[in-house]
Design a protein around this ligand. Structure first.
Ligand SMILES: C[S@@+](CC[C@H](N)C(=O)[O-])C[C@H]1O[C@@H](n2cnc3c(N)ncnc32)[C@H](O)[C@@H]1O
Length: 247
């Protein structure tokens, strides 16, 4: 798998960007870019289309993978990922257990920080897309495993610092979290609905967790126009509730 780049241009103050993998020709409305030329270039250099449009070459970061890689379903939004990273204090020595993998967006953010991420996906056809996404992100510390987390967690003989669950049936895995989490470790569960969040809280209450909190993050982008400055009228609505618990 070739490595991707972001190609960015500024046309009369308007930014246009492309997510491109280092091979072949990229057809844009500003001309064709010969991506093979990237082999002799570095991040920050310019590359030109056959029509002379100049693009700066940038290194992709996790938000670019959120925006551009193939999806098998709804990935977690950066605002919610940020909450998980900050509330669990995720750090470079951490081992993380994640499920379900989905498109692998949360795992890509986690893998960019933690030492190791083990992620479980129940649907094999989704695993192939996630595998390609991890490869594009250049992350070799993410181990993708097949299986139902509620079952697989019972047979694990590893321990983790942080456990992230983003599956509709997360509450079924929660009773088994104590067997695989280090004392002081964090569990973070994402629930799109109140009903699910309640099931998660009930499962957590039956187990030996402390410091349990469930939150929703509201993101408001500020729009700057000639008419005035205000919160954008086209904003991201509800995504999910995040429950954080410490063991
Ligand atoms: C909402 S998506 C996860 C998105 C992911 N966090 C991301 O950021 O791309 C939920 C995924 O969990 C998988 N899944 C559902 N139940 C599961 C289970 N019990 N064990 C493992 N994976 C499961 C689904 O197939 C789906 O791909």
């Amino acid at each position: 798998m070739e490595t991707p780049v972001i190609l960015k241009t500024n046309i009369k103050g308007k930014i246009k960007e492309y997510f491109a993998v280092h091979v072949g020709k990229l057809h844009t409305d500003l001309g064709i870019i010969d991506l093979d030329e990237l082999r002799t270039k570095s991040f920050g250099d310019l590359i030109c289309s056959h029509l002379g449009a100049e693009f700066v070459i940038q290194k992709p970061k996790a938000p670019d993978f959120f925006k551009y890689v193939k999806r098998t379903g709804a990935p977690m939004m950066p605002k919610d990922i940020g909450v998980i990273i900050s509330y669990t204090g995720l750090c470079s020595s951490d081992h993380v257990l994640d499920a379900g993998t989905g498109s692998g967006i949360l795992a890509i953010y986690l893998g960019g920080i933690a030492e190791k991420v083990v992620t479980y996906e129940i649907r094999e056809e989704f695993m192939e897309v996630a595998r390609q996404n991890f490869c594009l992100a250049g992350l070799s510390n993410i181990e993708l495993r097949h299986g139902d987390i509620a079952v697989e967690i019972q047979g694990l003989d590893e321990k983790f610092d942080v456990i992230t669950l983003d599956t509709m049936d997360a509450s079924k895995a929660i009773p088994h979290v104590p067997g695989v989490i280090y004392p002081g470790g964090y569990l973070a569960v994402y629930s799109p609905f109140f009903e699910q969040a309640k099931e998660v809280r009930e499962a957590i209450e039956k187990t030996k967790f402390t410091d349990v909190t469930t939150i929703e993050t509201i993101e408001r982008e500020i729009s700057f126009t000639a008419r005035g400055t205000r919160p954008s009228t086209s904003r991201v609505g509800h995504t999910g509730f995040i429950t954080i618990a410490r063991y």
